[in-house]
Design a protein around this ligand. Structure first.
Ligand SMILES: [Zn+2]
Length: 224
């Protein structure tokens, strides 16, 4: 995320780490939208493969504790999990989220040109994420000052439409795009068990963008 105020929620990774901590297993976690199989646990080599429905990302500590116990023992009637599923079943009948529309051509800037040039220059063309101008929510974006974001789930970079104006110099927009491409390129690292969104390596690579200092200065002046 490219935000001036740090705010980040990373549910899948947090949940996986939580379950690992509680079970002492190495866990690969697959989050699905498949409501016919809410939770399945399978050994895979030295690790345990846990598939679970997306709604568990919002489960409370008691449900997750029971899930950890279930993963460990593979036994038990798991009443809390069942209750949680019952309580949330209405959420699962909802239609899947609308397909993401990709829109790279803005009023002022064309994101695909910028993305491709950065991809060649800094990533040897290996970044496969998609990029799009974000939609609407201008007020929210302005309040939170979210200029860009990267979703690992969709492999999608979203850039705030606030930046699609002649008032924003291209090098600043490029800096924001480059930042999100770094997220796509580096994945999510951890430092000492804590999730590190902007690791030291990230920060160092961020500075490799040739207009980095200019972009920082412009940002300070513009948004102070
Ligand atoms: Zn970021």
């Amino acid at each position: 995320m490219r935000q001036l105020t740090l705010e980040f929620r990373h549910d899948e990774d947090t949940l996986r780490k939580y379950l690992e901590m509680k079970t002492d297993y190495s866990i690969s976690l697959i989050v699905t939208d498949n409501s016919t199989c809410m939770l399945s646990v399978r050994n895979r080599g030295n690790s345990v493969c846990v598939r679970l429905h997306r709604i568990f990302l919002s489960a409370d500590a008691e449900v997750l504790q029971e899930m950890a116990d279930f993963i460990k023992t593979r036994r038990g009637s798991a009443p809390r999990i069942r209750h949680f599923i019952d309580r949330n079943s209405h959420l699962m009948r909802r239609k899947p989220p609308a397909k993401v529309t990709i829109n790279t051509k803005g009023k002022r800037y064309d994101l695909s040109g910028i993305f491709n040039a950065l991809n060649e220059e800094y990533f040897e063309g290996r970044t496969t994420a998609s990029i799009t101008w974000g939609r609407g929510c201008l007020r929210r974006a302005a309040r939170k000052r979210t200029l860009g974001s990267y979703s690992h789930h969709n492999k999608l970079i979203r850039i705030s439409p606030l930046l699609d104006t002649h008032k924003v110099p291209q090098y600043f927009l490029e800096h924001v795009v480059y930042h999100e491409m770094l997220h796509a390129d580096m994945g999510v690292g951890t430092v000492g068990g804590r999730r590190s969104v902007h690791s030291r390596e990230f920060r160092e690579r961020e500075k490799m963008f040739k207009h980095y200092s200019r972009a920082m200065e412009w940002e300070k002046k513009r948004w102070g």
